[in-house]
Unconditional design. Structure first.
Length: 552
């Protein structure tokens, strides 16, 4: 069945025009010519959204999303509460139940809107996952060529060995021109992102044009499907060293997953979403979606070089004062400029990284890293975790939620996000924690908690951990030096965490967070407050009821 007939049968699209499987250069030109919408508060819906730089089609595409959607619209993200999934989904503020009686009429109104307007829709076919054990076909259908280019960047084009792919296919219908009416459509506002597990549809409507929606929606789907098959889906980066020693790094946006995984001495498996099956690790994607704000080009040369490559997308970086984008070299853009959002982003194919693992796959991890960005500045730079510790800190998922990664978040704040990605986790946290513990024990993986946040004081009072220190700690952990026989530790009196006394290339004083605070009593008070936050979150979520042991 061709695409036109397939979409007519599945969605009722009859009079639309399709631009199917365009090349990156074609999508580049289509985006500049046709992607229109609001780009500034109070602006109209016919403003240009996509721009070329001085490099033209040989360089990146610059895209500006709606000013109300420069991050994921978590409060407007839903799943249809069909009877077969209603009791299995972990409902929360970032994944709300959508009434089935409202969804089907909404979908019909959206397709009627497209048919009546004779819309032009861009279609790209890809897959989610490079391992045929769990990969699914994923079809993007939407009004913006930029989103089609993003989908082409971020997902594998073909996966050999897929069995009965059409029966597994998911489709995203992305319609920015449709405005929801909450009382009629059952939405919270005039936009919505709705996952339909029965019919395998991701519906995106209204002012929801942040590119990350295209990838995080289907990642949320995969987090429902993989555990049912005994596989672990993870919000983590992954890479592999010369000793055939894979590693995974869990963490929320801004904690360092992309930065730390782009290591010239290690081959990249993936920077954000990874599957762990009985065969080992594999990337769910074929691209990277990195934060750009305050990018240190010397520390992150791979990302910096990709800024000038064809087919990439720079999202929500402003133009230079008095200069048009087409008169600007992408390397000259001010990556410190947060006037649109702190959450400036960059999408590029995995192939832009010169050091990718073959097939974006690897064996079982030797090292598991839980990344956290502690806004209070009280957690140790690195801690050694055993199995019970891993489950506890994994379901807690403490970090600092950085400004701009979600709509309405303007200042950094401490947060708990189970599995280091609670908004995307469709099952309850213990499902993923039990799978992680089981696989960790079976394959004898070592684990650390690595703090990439603040040291010597809270955010606003002290500096963030220097990346060179974080790199030294991570390198030592990956080499097994923090776990080797004879390694000395001390136990943190408040957090009950084992802290190494020595690490190559790191001042021993820096390994104990209290030692670098100017006021020890102030540190003790701040540490006790954070410990109490951990305990409260543990109790509020009844993690003990799921068999998680309280280690703090």
């Amino acid at each position: 069945m061709d695409v036109r007939h397939a979409l007519q049968a599945s969605l009722g699209l009859e009079t639309v025009r399709y631009r199917y499987e365009l090349s990156p250069s074609q999508l580049f030109h289509e985006a500049i010519a046709n992607d229109r919408g609001r780009v500034r508060t109070g602006g109209g819906d016919a403003e240009r959204k996509a721009f070329a730089t001085r490099l033209g089609v040989q360089g990146p595409l610059v895209f500006h999303s709606d000013p109300s959607c420069t991050g994921r619209p978590v409060q407007d993200t839903f799943a249809v509460a069909w009877p077969e999934v209603e009791r299995r989904i972990w409902w929360k503020d970032s994944l709300r139940a959508f009434d089935p009686d409202h969804f089907e009429p909404l979908l019909k109104r959206v397709t009627a809107h497209l048919n009546a307007s004779g819309a032009t829709l861009y279609v790209q076919d890809g897959c989610v996952g490079v391992d045929p054990a769990y990969a699914i076909p994923y079809r993007f259908v939407g009004e913006y060529a930029t989103h089609a280019l993003f989908a082409r960047n971020m997902f594998p084009r073909h996966v050999a060995g897929l069995v009965n792919p059409e029966a597994k296919r998911w489709t995203m219908l992305n319609v920015q021109s449709y405005r929801c009416e909450p009382e009629r459509d059952g939405t919270r506002t005039d936009r919505a992102v709705v996952l339909d597990f029965r019919n395998r549809i991701c519906l995106v409507v209204g002012r929801a044009d942040y590119c990350g929606i295209v990838k995080k929606s289907i990642f949320t789907v995969m987090n429902f499907l993989l555990p049912d098959a005994g596989h672990l889906s993870m919000h983590c980066s992954s890479n592999i060293g010369s000793r055939d020693d894979p590693a995974i790094m869990f963490g929320l946006s801004g904690t360092g997953k992309t930065t730390l995984s782009a290591d010239p001495n290690r081959r990249l498996i993936g920077d954000d979403e990874t599957g762990w099956t009985d065969e080992g690790l594999s990337n769910l994607e074929d691209g990277c979606y990195a934060k750009l704000i305050n990018l240190d080009k010397e520390a992150e040369p791979v990302i910096a070089s990709a800024l000038s490559m064809a087919g990439t997308i720079i999202e929500n970086v402003p133009s230079l004062p008095g200069r048009a984008f087409d008169d600007t070299d992408p390397q000259d853009l001010d990556l410190r400029d947060a006037s649109i959002t702190e959450n400036t982003r960059f999408s590029y194919p995995l192939a832009c990284n010169p050091n990718v693992a073959e097939g974006s796959r690897g064996g079982h991890p030797a090292t598991i890293v839980l990344l956290t960005a502690d806004a209070f500045g009280v957690l140790p730079p690195v801690s050694i975790l055993d199995g019970e510790d891993v489950m506890y800190h994994f379901v807690q998922g403490f970090t600092a939620k950085l400004a701009g990664t979600e709509v309405g978040l303007e200042e950094p704040e401490a947060t708990f996000s189970s599995c280091f990605g609670a908004p995307f986790m469709t099952h309850r946290p213990n499902v993923y924690a039990e799978l992680l513990r089981s696989k960790m024990d079976r394959h004898q993986a070592r684990c650390i908690l690595l703090n990439t946040g603040w040291s010597g004081g809270a955010v606003g009072q002290a500096d963030r951990m220097p990346i060179r220190v974080t790199r030294a700690l991570l390198d030592a952990a990956l080499a097994g030096r923090l776990h080797e026989d004879g390694a000395e530790y001390e136990t943190h009196p408040v957090f009950n965490l084992r802290m190494p006394k020595h690490c190559p290339g790191v001042d021993p004083k820096a390994l104990n967070p209290r030692a670098v605070w100017p006021d020890g009593s102030a540190y003790d008070a701040a540490a006790a407050r954070l410990r109490d936050m951990f305990r409260k979150n543990f109790k509020d979520n009844d993690f003990a009821g799921f068999g998680i042991q309280a280690v703090m």
